[in-house]
Design a binder for this molecule. Structure first.
Ligand SMILES: Nc1ncnc2c1ncn2[C@@H]1O[C@H](COP(=O)(O)OP(=O)(O)OP(=O)(O)O)[C@@H](O)[C@H]1O
Length: 863
């Protein structure tokens, strides 16, 4: 909304409505109708877009002077024929998209709060909100003053309702209220939230971009004044870039009558070198070159990577990667920080949805020289006698537009750091050139002059040349630091803003007919693939299965089924790239974000088929690469004397083919690398889990084994000990036996009775048996005194045969005491020996236990 100086608000009336007037009225009307009646979206849009059906070809439309340069990087008008592809009879020379890698959760700009629903946000309205009315022939200029803080007061005052900002100075030194201190622009913003600024300063441009116009939004201002805050924002307060992309997808969703293809690129200009922020290696990648641009021709950014995006998630990934590349280098002497100009570009191609045209049918049904249908090539024949216009007959035009969102580096005073000073020189030079270009443009427009415009003095102005030259809707947000100490820089920013307001614009929609547009080629390839699939299916169902299996070998059957799977996969891939209101409707996850992983539960046959399909796809892609390379090589060289226009055209074509090649190679690498990476990840994960389980098991077994060894050692020790005790006891008993016999013989018999071997042992065994019986009887409660193992009577008559032993005469407890003789502890040993000695003397033995036993160290008996 503009306002009169008196403060009375009046509806804005564009000063000049050029050729785009009808369309703009339709857009505003469309938006307001959308807001009132969302259900009418489809019909409204369809009818609205009918009005867009401008001339079928850019050639058929009258041009307005030299102010129609093409957009940098957008497709050239005449598509060169890919003869090599046709010669080689390759499967498909169509481009393979570059899919984003993964949905990374971390991102500088958080999209979580920026959904793609149509309900809008807190401040910014929604897609159905009527567009702010902007003068399409003027640059939209907004000023954003960074909110003051308690410690930093503001030197500026805004006049409510007038969109005027005025230098007030400080209480101690108030500024004089002169016209030089007052500035009026389209909008003035002084608050934290970005939504109101976005709604007025960017949304109309995003909508214009989606409707086929080139659009540029850039932030200009001194360092730390809030340019990055305005463009990128923060997770809490998303900036213009995330909001714009949200609106792009919302626009697609609200436009069922058209289909879209979106590609993104991200570059920065650092020290007058252009870096592709999306290239592997980011800032370290080799520089991007600017080609063409002369005589109103296209500016081609050769070597700049363009990535097809199909969802907010994929855009988020691209942004994250690009920002990451800037940031990484920023730790390295601040290379990627505010010392570079960054440009985020989105290319949008769109066409009306509907059935294929007759001419399309005709073309795609015409076999090539080798009798084979080559999808993608079918519609890319060399323009015949009638040229593109003839081809366009009945065909659908494709709109192509570019949105550039630019965060300029902030001007800065020289610093003590040598490198920073060098950077500052480059920044100031390019900003100065931008200022000069804008001044000259404004002056030319005001005075009807045609002075030379020094676009070529800096990379920034060269890239912006087509837009500044008039073929774009431009919005500038000038950011101001409120600090009274920064007044001179702020004044310089405001003067820049005032100058740029004088630049004259004349943006035109770019409509391409023929097969220049990628979307058109994708669509044609899809149709061709579908037709081929249909043919194969018909062929497959013509014969009975038994006849067929006899006719084809197993190998041929596998190949055929693989070929069909391959066709299906490719159709799905391409279809997913083309965005429609339905396909973006289901949100972020509707797009493929990761490669297809191999299912390990598949049968070997299925796996073999998958493998074969992957191989075929790789082969087909390498054929595409070869075909594009051949096309490049087969380009006729132009003589040095050829007109500049011709040269630019050739350069543009070559740049396009190189870009295609890069996209195909990117897809090839993706196909080659991604599934393998994914499979490897899966396998590694699986085996790591198995390995961890095995390790755990091993550790448990190790513990168990150690414990077992320890037990065995203990047992062995005990066995040795027991064995020694047994031996000692046996020896001891034998001595007792012999002692007993000696006593008997001495007392009653002159006959020397020799001890019978095993007498004591047998007695010992008998006693053991008796004791077990006694225990058994005790357990059964049938214990009688007769059965006591302690038998005191000695059958002397039978002594020679029965070998009565002294042991037999010992009371039970004494016998038990003997058992302690060989036991280990010193105390126990002493007591045991003492008890044994007592017993022997009680029995009348003249020997000590040691003498009897003839104890030696070997017997492990205590001394
Ligand atoms: N409107 C605003 N509301 C709140 N904070 C802001 C606003 N504008 C800027 N800031 C804060 O001011 C600081 C500087 O802003 P920013 O980094 O965006 O400046 P810049 O102009 O991009 O600087 P440079 O040119 O050095 O990159 C940041 O901390 C940012 O969060």
């Amino acid at each position: 909304m503009a306002a009169t100086p008196a403060g009375k608000r009046t509806p804005f009336t564009p000063r000049t409505m050029r050729s785009t007037t009808t369309v703009n009225v339709s857009e505003a009307d469309l938006s307001s109708r959308l807001a009132r009646n969302p259900s009418a979206t489809s019909s409204v849009l369809t009818s609205a877009h009918k009005k867009y059906k401008a001339p079928l070809s850019t050639e058929s439309r009258p041009r307005k002077g030299p102010t129609l340069p093409s957009v940098p990087g957008s497709p050239s008008k005449s598509r060169p024929t890919s003869r090599a592809g046709s010669r080689m009879g390759t499967a498909s020379p169509a481009l393979t998209p570059i899919f984003p890698q993964r949905d990374a959760e971390e991102s500088l700009v958080d999209f979580q709060s920026v959904g793609i629903d149509l309900t809008g946000d807190e401040h910014g309205g929604d897609i159905g909100t009527p567009l702010a009315e902007v003068a399409v022939d003027k640059v939209m200029v907004s000023v954003r003053v960074r909110p003051p803080t308690a410690s930093i007061p503001t030197a500026w005052t805004t006049i409510s309702g007038e969109n005027t900002i005025q230098l007030s100075g400080t209480p101690s030194s108030p500024a004089p209220p002169t016209p030089a201190n007052r500035f009026t622009f389209d909008t003035i913003h002084t608050t934290h939230p970005t939504a109101p600024l976005y709604a007025t300063a960017a949304r109309p441009h995003v909508h214009a971009f989606m409707s086929g116009y080139n659009a540029v939004v850039f932030a200009y201002g001194q360092t730390a004044s809030g340019k990055t805050y305005t463009l990128s924002g923060t997770p809490e307060e998303p900036g213009i870039i995330p909001r714009a992309l949200r609106d792009v997808f919302a626009f697609i969703r609200a436009t069922p009558s058209r289909e879209y293809l979106l590609r993104c690129s991200y570059l920065e200009i650092y020290n007058e070198t252009i870096h592709d922020l999306l290239a592997p290696g980011g800032g370290q990648s080799k520089g991007v070159e600017i080609q063409g641009g002369g005589a109103g021709g296209e500016v081609i950014l050769s070597g700049l990577r363009e990535e097809v995006v199909t969802s907010l998630a994929s855009v988020r990934e691209v942004l994250r990667r690009g920002e990451g590349n800037r940031r990484t280098a920023s730790t390295d002497w601040n290379e990627r920080s505010s010392r570079s100009h960054s440009i985020f570009r989105v290319v949008c191609e769109s066409r009306e949805r509907g059935s294929r045209s007759a001419s399309d049918e005709e073309r795609s049904d015409t076999p090539t020289a080798n009798g084979r249908h080559t999808p993608g090539l079918s519609g890319r024949q060399t323009p015949g006698a009638g040229g593109p216009r003839l081809q366009a007959k009945g065909g659908k035009s494709v709109q192509s537009s570019v949105l550039s969102l630019i965060d300029l580096a902030g001007s800065e005073k020289a610093t003590s750091d040598k490198e920073r000073t060098r950077e500052g020189r480059y920044i100031n030079t390019s900003l100065l050139t931008l200022g000069t270009v804008i001044s000259t443009l404004a002056e030319n427009a005001a005075k009807g002059k045609t002075d030379h415009i020094p676009y070529r003095n800096s990379k920034l102005t060269r890239i912006l040349q087509p837009s500044l030259g008039g073929n774009a809707r431009i919005s500038v947000v000038c950011t101001i630091n409120p600090d009274p100490g920064a007044v001179s820089e702020s004044m310089s920013t405001l003067q820049f803003a005032r100058r740029i307001k004088g630049v004259h614009l004349n943006a035109q929609k770019k409509e391409i007919v023929d097969t220049d547009a990628l979307i058109e080629r994708y669509r044609k390839e899809i149709e061709d693939l579908k037709r081929r699939l249909e043919e194969r299916e018909q062929e497959a169902t013509r014969d009975a299965p038994s006849v067929r299996s006899r006719r084809l070998s197993a190998r041929e059957q596998i190949d055929e089924s693989k070929a069909m799977t391959d066709l299906n996969t490719r159709i799905k891939q391409l279809t997913k790239l083309i965005l429609t209101s339905q396909s973006v409707g289901s949100g972020d996850d509707s797009r493929p974000g990761s490669p297809v992983k191999i299912d390990f539960d598949m049968s070997p046959y299925q796996l073999q088929q998958e493998l074969l399909a992957a191989r075929l796809q790789l082969e087909s892609q390498s054929n595409q690469i070869l075909s594009l390379e051949a096309t490049l090589l087969s380009r006729p060289a132009l003589p040095a004397s050829a007109p500049e226009d011709e040269k630019d055209k050739l350069i543009a074509e070559q740049g396009r083919t190189i870009r295609e090649l890069e996209i195909v190679v990117g897809g090839y690498e993706e196909n080659l690398g991604e599934p393998l990476r994914a499979v490897r990840e899966d396998v590694e994960k699986e085996w790591q889990a198995k390995l961890a389980a095995e390790h755990k098991l091993l550790e448990e077994k190790d513990v168990w084994a150690k414990e077992l060894v320890r037990q065995l050692e203990k047992e062995k020790k005990m066995r040795v000990q027991l064995e020694e005790e047994r031996k000692a006891l046996t020896a001891f008993v034998s001595k007792f036996d012999s002692l007993g016999l000696g006593l008997l013989s001495a007392a009653s018999s002159p006959v020397k009775v020799m001890p019978s071997p095993g007498g004591a042992s047998a007695t010992f065994a008998d006693r053991q048996r008796a004791r077990q019986q006694q225990i058994a009887m005790q357990n059964t409660g049938d214990l009688s005194r007769d059965s006591s193992p302690v038998r005191m009577s000695i059958d002397l008559a039978g002594k020679l045969s029965a070998q009565p032993s002294l042991l037999e005469q010992m009371p039970e407890e004494d016998w038990n005491a003997l058992g302690d003789v060989s036991f280990e502890t010193e105390v126990g040993q002493g007591e045991a020996w003492a008890r044994a000695g007592k017993m022997l003397s009680k029995a009348g033995s003249p020997f000590s236990p040691r003498e009897i036993l003839g104890v030696s160290a070997k017997e492990n008996l205590p001394r």
